[in-house]
Write a protein that binds this ligand. Structure first.
Ligand code: GDP
Length: 306
C-alpha cells in the first residue's frame, strides 16, 4: 500500500509518527512544505522538512515540536557576541543539518539533498520537498512584507496580516516524484497542518492540485481546527484573513474539490451534515494527538476506512 502525506511541521510530525508505527516506512511518501525555508547566517534552513525528518528518525524534540531533543545552543550565544541576529533558534547539532544541506545544494537539487539527509538519519520513508525551485511564503502586513519566519518566529505571529503570497510559485515545478506519487497512491493524507502557510504553499505549485484531482486514491484530511480554534500556531487568523471559516468547513473549503473525507473532533460534530452537502464525509473522532498512543490511534483511523 502506498500512502502519500502532504505535510507542514509540528501537527504533521505527530500524525506521521503515528503512521510510521502502522505501515512499512517504504510505503510512506511525505510531500513537505518548503514555503517557510529561510536563509539564516548564510545557511539554507528547511524547517518543515527537518521537523518531519527528525520526527521519523525519532530525534525530534517532541515537547517543542521542532529541533532535536537534548539540544544545546552554544553557537547561538557565540553568534550574539558577534552581533548576529539570534531570533531564529538554531541548535548546535541542528546546525550540522543546515551546514551539510547548504554545501550539498551547490551541486544537487533540494530533493536529492533531502533524501541524502534522511538516509543518513536512518529514515526509510521517502521525504520529498514540494518543489526544487524556491517558493517563499510572504506575509503581507500594514508595515510591509515579512518572510514566514520573520512573521512566525521573530514577530511571534502578533502582527496584523493583510495577505499571503507564495513568491516563485508560478515558475515552480513539482519536485521529481511528487506528481507520480500522488497519482499512483492508494491513499493521500492531508496532515493537520496550517491550511494557509503549510498546505497552501504545496498547493501553489502548478501541477500538484491537478494531480490531487486526478488521483484515484481517496484524499483524507485531519482538521487542524478544533472547536473554532487552531490546536497551535496562527492557522485561525490566517484562515480568517483568507475568508475561510475557522472550522472544519473552512478546512474543507481550502481543500475542495478533491478532499473526500475529513477527520473532525467530536466538538465539531455539528458540521457533519454541511460537510456532507459539500461532498466531504465527516469522520468524527478524537483528533487531539496528546501522546504516542493517540498519534497511532488517529493514524489507524486515517488508514482504516479507505
Ligand atoms: P503552524 O504552527 O501554524 O505554522 O503550522 P504547522 O503546519 O507546522 O502545524 C501546526 C498545525 O497543526 C496547526 O494548525 C495546529 O492546529 C495543528 N495541530 C497541532 N497539533 C495537533 C493535534 O494534536 N491534532 C490536530 N488535529 N491538529 C494539530
Amino acid at each position: 500500500m502506498s500512502v502519500v502525506a502532504l505535510a507542514g511541521g509540528t501537527g504533521a510530525a505527530k500524525l506521521l509518527r503515528g503512521l510510521a508505527t502502522l505501515i512499512p516506512p517504504r510505503d510512506l511518501t511525505v510531500i513537505g512544505n518548503t514555503g517557510d525555508d529561510a536563509e539564516i547566517w548564510g545557511l539554507h534552513v528547511s524547517p518543515d522538512l527537518d521537523t518531519v525528518t527528525y520526527a521519523l528518525a525519532g530525534t525530534l524534540d517532541v515537547a517543542r515540536g521542532w529541533g532535536l531533543a537534548d539540544e544545546t545552543f552554544q553557537c547561538l550565544r557565540a553568534m550574539a557576541t558577534y552581533g548576529a541576529e539570534t531570533w531564529f533558534n538554531l541548535g548546535d547539532r541542528d546546525l550540522a543539518t543546515h551546514l551539510v544541506r547548504t554545501r550539498a545544494l551547490r551541486d544537487a537539487p533540494l530533493s536529492a539533498v533531502t533524501a541524502r539527509l534522511a538516509a543518513s538519519l536512518g529514515v526509510a520513508a521517502r521525504i520529498l520537498p514540494m518543489s526544487d525551485e524556491p517558493v517563499r511564503t510572504m506575509i503581507r502586513t500594514p508595515g510591509g512584507r515579512l518572510t514566514f519566519q520573520e512573521y512566525f518566529v521573530r514577530e511571534k505571529s502578533l502582527v496584523e496580516v493583510t495577505g499571503v503570497d507564495y513568491d516563485g510559485a508560478a515558475a515552480a515545478r513539482p519536485a521529481p516524484g511528487v506528481v507520480d506519487a500522488i497519482r499512483s497512491a492508494d491513499l493521500v493524507v492531508v496532515c493537520p497542518s496550517n491550511p494557509v502557510t503549510s498546505i497552501g504553499p504545496i498547493l501553489s505549485v502548478p501541477g500538484i492540485p491537478d494531480a490531487l484531482r486526478a488521483t484515484a486514491a481517496p484524499v483524507v484530511g485531519v482538521s487542524p481546527i478544533v472547536g473554532g480554534a487552531a490546536v497551535s500556531g496562527p492557522a485561525a487568523a490566517l484562515m480568517r484573513m483568507r475568508g475561510l471559516e475557522v472550522s472544519p468547513l473552512g478546512v474543507a473549503a481550502a481543500y475542495a474539490p478533491w478532499l473526500r473525507r475529513l477527520l473532525i473532533d467530536s466538538r465539531d460534530g455539528t458540521h457533519a451534515g454541511e460537510l456532507a452537502q459539500r461532498g466531504v464525509e465527516a469522520d468524527v473522532t478524537d483528533i487531539m494527538m496528546t501522546g504516542r498512543e493517540r498519534e497511532s490511534a488517529l493514524a489507524r483511523r486515517v488508514l482504516e476506512r479507505r
